[in-house]
Design a binder for this molecule. Structure first.
Ligand code: PMP
Length: 361
């Protein structure tokens, strides 16, 4: 079904079956003669879609009953502000593990609102880039929350351990890793994600927040970011991003039909292994991230001879492999291989890489 394989970091490719279904019902949704994006969010039809999407997301992630699921605006960066506004007072400390550029963005935003402090560091281990867990002393009991990003989209740095924050609630930016593997939601205070990688189109963010953290927003918190108001109004305090919410619902159904997150995790593991082993087995390509911290979603890689970069990009595009250019701050290439990327796409990339090396190596 795929004409090209799209390795974009986000907005990213969506499952072909989902796009086909959305296309089929685009102008005549539920035989009502209109598009889903043209109907009221308060109508019975849309409410049903919204509730089903939430129910499916809850079942995929096994979200405990004492958590609210919010569908809201503002993307990942919106939550960089919403989290400190909802969870801290101006004099409070928030702890931030900074493992790459998005967690750096989160701490900079939090510093506008509270006494945000960086803990943990990115460093070189055995000549590779690694993220070192903060020492136990870095955590303190009266911090308002501890923020981290388990998968850094730009840098391709990930870690699978949880910060040892004791009673301090963990807040995770899962924009580029949510739904890629099973998750124990009960370990977190807040999980949030911009939709445009593993959930659906941009314009939507999903926030999963524990009940006891709701109702503490500062007076000056914009109403549309106030978790309590959003929860009280079932995420319809103002008009939600209805089309994105509908499409996210289709993606959740697709995930359930694929076998849920356990099935996704093993597919994602296989895709990442295929790509990293192609990189590691060649002197022509390299990835500079320590094996403990390699992302399974965003794989940056460099050509040992960067003067070939533009040729690599032009020829890969011609071969139907789209959006492989690395982030401008990192350079080289980056292949984002979220849930919707089939293993055939990764295989096509690996085959292209081998062929390009044969011609230029
Ligand atoms: N966090 C992470 C991990 C991201 O990858 C991104 C976007 N690429 C953001 C936050 C920012 O999201 P948005 O553009 O939706 O504000």
């Amino acid at each position: 079904m795929n004409k090209v394989f799209n390795f974009s970091a986000g907005p990213a490719m969506l499952p072909a079956e989902v796009m086909k279904q959305a296309q089929d019902e685009f102008m005549n949704w539920r035989d009502g003669g209109t598009s889903v994006m043209e109907v009221s969010h308060r109508g019975a039809d849309f409410i049903e879609v919204a509730e089903q999407a939430e129910a499916d997301l809850r079942s995929l992630l096994d979200v405990p009953d004492n958590y609210k699921v919010l569908f809201t605006h503002g993307g990942g960066r919106g939550q960089f502000a919403a989290v400190p506004l909802n969870l801290s007072a101006a004099g409070d400390t928030s702890l931030h593990l900074v493992s790459g550029s998005w967690s750096q963005g989160a701490v900079e935003e939090a510093q506008k609102y509270n006494q945000a402090k960086v803990i943990g560091e990115v460093t070189q281990v055995d000549g590779k880039t690694a993220f070192i867990p903060p020492a136990e002393e870095a955590f303190f009991d009266d911090a308002a929350y501890c923020h981290f990003c388990p998968n850094e989209t730009v840098d391709g740095i990930a870690f699978d351990w949880l910060p040892e924050s004791g009673n301090v609630p963990l807040v995770a930016d899962m924009s580029s890793t949510i739904l890629s593997q099973p998750l124990d939601v009960s370990r977190y205070g807040v999980i949030y994600a911009g939709a445009q990688k593993n959930i659906g189109p941009s314009g939507l963010s999903v926030v999963i927040v524990r009940d006891d953290l709701i109702g503490k927003a500062r007076r000056e918190t914009p109403s549309i970011f106030d978790y309590e108001l959003l929860a009280k109004h079932d995420s319809m305090y103002n008009t939600p991003p209805t089309f994105s919410w509908y499409l996210a619902g289709l993606v959740f159904k697709w995930l359930i039909n694929q076998g849920g997150l356990t099935a996704m995790a093993s597919r994602n593991q296989a895709k990442a292994e295929l790509l990293y082993s192609a990189i590691d087995s060649s002197d022509f390509y390299r990835n500079s991230i320590h094996t403990d911290n390699r992302s399974k979603m965003n794989v940056p890689f460099q050509l040992t001879d960067p003067s070939l970069d533009s040729e690599f990009l032009a020829q890969s595009k011609q071969a139907g492999l789209m959006a492989l250019k690395g982030h401008r701050s990192v350079g080289g290439m980056r292949a984002s291989i979220y849930n919707a990327m089939p293993i055939e796409g990764v295989q096509a990339l690996v085959d292209f890489m081998a062929e390009f090396e044969r011609r230029h190596g």
